[in-house]
Write a protein that binds this ligand. Structure first.
Ligand code: DOR
Ligand code: ZN
Length: 347
C-alpha cells in the first residue's frame, strides 16, 4: 500500500508548554490532528478550570491563520484540589479530564499527588460526574528499579484504585510494558490506555547506541524489546481500549543535552508518520485508523472527525533541529529518514 487515507486523527496526550515555546510547537500538531488533549504540567501547573480555559485561549491565539485545531484540556490533580472544580466541568466541554501525576514521577510533577487518600473525595466526585482520570502510572520510590515502576504501579496503586472506584473511567497513559498491555486488555471498558509512537518503535537499546542518547530519554523509560512487541500487539489488535497519544514533549536542546537531562521526546513533526511506520512493521496499516482516529474519540464521548488525511510511502529527512522560542529543539529522528509523509488534509 503506497497511499493511506484515514479519518483525521486526534492526539490524546500532548505537551505544548506555554508562551513563545508553545507557539513554536502547536503548528506541528495542528498539521495532522484535529484535536489534542493538552497536558497541564506547566510551571505552575494548570489546576483550575479558569486556568485551563485561559491556557486554551493562548493555544488558539498561537495557531497559524486558517488552521483548525481544537485543544482539549486536563486539570492537574493536587493534594488540595477542591471538589467544586469537578462539578464545573460539565459546563465546560473543552476541559475533559483530570491528570494524576504521582509527586516526583516526571517533568513538573512536584505539585502532584503525594498520597491518593488526600484526593479520595475528588475521585468520588469524578466518578459521580463521569470525569476520566488520566494516570502517569509509575511508582516513585527510588528503591524501585526504573524499569519496574510501571508494573509496580499497576499492582500496588492502579488495581486497588479501580476496585475502590468501580465506575471511575481511567486512561493509563503512555503504557510501556507487557504487564500494562495485558492488564488493560483484561479490564472492563472503563479502563483504556494511550500508546506513544516512540514506545512502539524503540526499545531500551536506543538509549545507548554508541553512547548515551539524551534525546531518547523519556518517562516512562523505554523498555525491553519484549515489551515493545506487546505494545505493538495491543495497538494493532483492533481493541478500542488502546488509542493514540503521542506524549510529544518538547524540551530545549540544552536542557536535554545536560548532566541532568529532561525526560521527553519531541515527535510532533512526524507523529502520524511514525505511527504508520510502527503499524507497517506488523502489516497492520488497516488498523491504524481505529487506533488513531476512532477509539479515543469514542472513549471521551466526542464525535469522530469527519475530515480525512492522506499519507504516502515516501522517504524524507527530518530537519536537524526546530525552532523553540529562543531555543532549539531536537525532534525525534533529527537528520534521519522518515518513511511516510502526510500529503493532504481534505474535507
Ligand atoms: O517523557 C516525558 N516527558 N514523560 C512525562 O511524563 C512528561 C513529559 C514532559 O512533560 O516533558
Ligand atoms: Zn506526558
Amino acid at each position: 500500500m503506497h497511499c493511506l487515507t484515514l479519518t483525521q486523527p486526534d492526539d490524546w496526550h500532548l505537551h505544548l508548554r506555554d508562551g513563545n515555546l508553545m507557539a513554536s510547537v502547536v503548528p506541528a500538531t495542528a498539521r495532522s490532528f484535529a484535536r489534542a488533549l493538552v497536558m497541564p504540567n506547566l510551571k505552575p501547573p494548570i489546576t483550575r478550570v479558569d486556568q485551563a480555559l485561559a491556557y486554551r485561549s493562548r493555544i488558539l491565539a498561537a495557531l497559524p491563520a486558517d488552521t483548525k485545531f481544537n485543544p482539549l484540556m486536563a486539570l492537574y490533580l493536587t493534594d488540595n484540589m477542591p471538589i467544586s472544580e469537578i462539578a464545573k466541568l460539565k459546563n465546560h466541554s473543552e476541559v475533559v479530564a483530570v491528570k494524576y501525576y504521582p509527586a516526583g514521577a516526571t517533568t513538573n510533577s512536584d505539585a502532584g499527588v503525594s498520597d491518593l487518600r488526600k484526593v479520595w473525595a475528588v475521585l468520588e466526585a469524578m466518578q459521580q460526574h463521569d470525569v476520566p482520570l488520566l494516570i502517569h502510572g509509575e511508582v516513585t520510590a527510588s528503591s524501585v528499579d526504573i524499569f519496574d515502576r510501571e508494573a509496580m504501579f499497576i499492582e500496588h496503586v492502579l488495581d486497588p484504585l479501580l476496585n475502590e472506584f468501580p465506575a471511575l473511567r481511567v486512561v493509563l497513559e503512555h503504557i510501556t510494558t507487557e504487564q500494562a498491555a495485558d492488564y488493560v486488555a483484561q479490564s472492563s471498558a472503563r479502563l483504556a490506555a494511550t500508546i506513544t509512537a516512540h514506545h512502539l518503535l524503540m526499545n531500551r537499546n536506543e538509549l545507548f547506541v554508541g553512547g548515551v542518547r539524551p534525546h531518547h530519554y523519556c518517562l516512562p523509560i523505554l523498555k525491553r524489546e519484549r515489551h515493545r512487541q506487546a505494545l505493538l500487539d495491543a495497538a494493532t489488535s483492533g481493541s478500542p481500549k488502546f488509542f493514540l497519544g503521542t506524549d510529544s514533549a518538547p524540551h530545549s536542546q540544552s536542557s536535554k543535552e545536560s548532566a541532568c537531562g529532561c525526560a521527553g521526546m519531541y515527535t510532533a513533526p512526524a507523529a502520524i508518520e511514525l505511527y504508520a511506520e510502527a503499524f507497517e512493521q506488523r502489516h497492520a496499516l488497516d488498523k491504524l485508523e481505529g487506533f488513531a482516529s476512532f477509539y479515543g474519540a469514542d472513549f471521551y464521548g466526542v464525535p469522530r472527525n469527519t475530515h480525512q488525511i492522506s499519507l504516502v510511502k515516501h522517504t524524507w529527512q527530518m530537519p536537524e533541529h526546530c525552532e523553540f522560542g529562543e531555543h532549539q529543539l531536537i525532534p525525534l529522528r533529527a537528520g534521519q529518514a522518515i518513511h511516510w509523509q502526510q500529503v493532504t488534509t481534505h474535507v
